[in-house]
Unconditional design. Structure first.
Length: 423
């Protein structure tokens, strides 16, 4: 076994109260136990421990915001560096993929004879499909593209997530006997009513990838792009010798900025209205962006996009952070008179995403006050055999949280189907 991995594992204190698992991990992975097995050189047991709660270890171990999740709750991190939990997790799953440990996962017959349709092959859909297939259900994933992965395939650049690792992970999941129908999109060539009739349960997990707008002057000019759309379609303009502003502070903003810089942009500026400490992006991604000569303007906000038909300049304003009554985090407030103008060729809005309301309307689905799909506490759409989860219902936008939601929905679908069996 790799000596560096042994060293990282031995650094873990194997805390009895498991703050990394109970507070930090959206999937509640049993981190101390799997690391204990790594210390013992028993990688198969380490994998089996993790596989009880996750099927995306090779992915999450690489791209999760660990410092804000598991490693952020690590006791070692109080006075020094936390345990490299992500590195250990990805190592265990990489070995499992190489040696075929996933073939040893036992399938049950709890849901034998039951058919489940999963719409969307992203983190939530893949996870839900896996756990239902383990219970013996016949699962079919309906995917709008020619390959599975969702944001993993169509949102995260390959310099952050190796395509071969993703492909091996997906193949391991499909080896459970999961069927896939590609180029099937709800609201287009796939109808919810048909799925409801043809399956015992349906899981909607097609995410929320429509870029949000800031509703500012000039946002409809040529040269203004949505960050999620750019990453999903990879339909980039020619950035050579151009200046690009990326608005936002999350991982989508970092992925856009780094991708655009690598495609030849002369200048890439990330504009974020709060401080660096408050950026939701992973600390490592921010540092990597800085290392790639990407500029950051913290406590600044864009107010206008200027130009005749296309982007020529942007107007920004400086902000200060104030603690307002009833708010848990400081609120950015514009500093009057601090406006300034910058020359710019393109603007990328990476300020969040929303559900495709046209699809929901076409299929007669109701939305909540926050414009997400309306569901009951058990993730079920009232009065139907349809369930939903992930970004579609407003789950926190990280891969681990989406996967956690997928596993949760699998449990709810299992309960629902078992009740129908009893009846």
């Amino acid at each position: 076994m790799d000596e560096n991995i042994v060293k990282k594992a031995n650094y873990c204190l194997n805390c009895a109260n498991k703050p990394c698992s109970q507070k930090g991990c959206p999937l509640s992975n049993d981190i101390p136990t799997f690391i204990k097995y790594v210390k013992e050189g028993n990688l198969q047991s380490a994998y089996e421990t993790l596989s009880k709660t996750t099927v995306l270890g090779s992915i999450c171990g690489r791209i999760c915001p660990h410092k804000k999740q598991c490693e952020g709750s690590c006791i070692r991190g109080i006075k020094g560096e936390p345990v490299d939990i992500g590195g250990l997790e990805s190592y265990v799953f990489d070995v499992a993929l190489e040696k075929g440990y996933y073939n040893n996962i036992k399938k049950e017959n709890t849901l034998k004879g039951k058919k489940v349709a999963v719409v969307g092959g992203g983190p939530a859909g893949l996870t839900c499909s896996s756990f239902l297939a383990r219970k013996g259900a016949e699962v079919t994933i309906y995917e709008k593209y020619e390959k599975l992965g969702g944001i993993l395939s169509h949102g995260i650049p390959e310099f952050r997530l190796d395509e071969n690792i993703l492909e091996k992970t997906i193949n391991a999941i499909l080896s459970l006997g999961i069927n896939v129908e590609y180029n099937k999109q709800l609201g287009a060539n796939l109808k919810l009513e048909d799925l409801k009739k043809g399956y015992d349960a349906v899981f909607l997990a097609f995410g929320a990838n429509i870029p949000r707008k800031m509703m500012i002057e000039g946002e409809n000019l040529e040269g203004v792009y949505g960050g999620n759309t750019l990453l999903e379609t990879q339909n980039h303009p020619n950035y050579k010798e151009k200046s690009v502003a990326v608005i936002g502070g999350g991982n989508v903003a970092m992925d856009c900025a780094r991708t655009i810089k690598r495609l030849g942009a002369k200048r890439v500026v990330v504009i974020y209205r709060r401080s660096e400490a408050e950026m939701p992006a992973e600390e490592k991604e921010i540092q990597d962006a800085k290392n790639e000569k990407i500029e950051f303007l913290f406590q600044n906000n864009i107010t206008k996009i200027l130009g005749d038909k296309k982007v020529e300049k942007i107007e920004c304003i400086k902000t200060e952070l104030l603690q307002k009554e009833g708010e848990t985090r400081k609120v950015p407030v514009d500093i009057e008179g601090s406006n300034y103008i910058m020359d710019m060729d393109y603007v990328v809005m990476a300020v969040g995403s929303k559900v495709d309301s046209k699809v929901l309307e076409t299929e007669g689905l109701q939305t909540s006050e926050r414009k997400y799909l309306q569901i009951e506490e058990n993730n079920q759409i009232k009065g139907t055999n349809v369930f939903a989860g992930g970004d579609l219902v407003g789950t926190t936008e990280t891969v681990a949280w989406a996967a956690s939601d997928g596993r949760k929905v699998a449990t709810q679908i299992e309960k629902y189907l078992q009740n129908t069996i009893k009846k």
